[in-house]
Ligand binder design. Sequence first.
Ligand SMILES: [Zn+2]
Length: 138
Amino acid sequence: MAKIPVAEGIFTASSNEPQLIGSRCGACGIVTFPAQASCPRCASTDMAEHLLARRGRLWAWTTQEFPPPSPPYTGPSGDDFVSYGVGYVALGDEVRVEARLTETDGLETGMEMELVLVPFRTDEQGNEVVTFAFQPVG
Ligand SMILES: [Zn+2]
């Protein structure tokens, strides 16, 4: 069974130390995630790929109690759906990333979080589709 990313260009393929793929504006320095072709602050198109830090601090979170609208959501639904945490993680002072969290309990504002890849669904060919999430460090 192969592991394939839920989408191309979102995170690096390393399953040990994945990194989110953002972009950085060459004109004003703002970092975005996901990567964008033009800067949301100064409209420059001088955007370069920028790999984000793997660790950050939990800024805010909630629990997703029901499947998001589909499309774009393609994960488990109905009786197969399991609630999951979702939150914002501040990666240094560069950017806040909205992401799935591996936990729904025991979360605290400011706790250190680390990027991991987690199973999302199994596709028609039997491949394991993985997505990214943040898990508490330690
Ligand atoms: Zn800019």
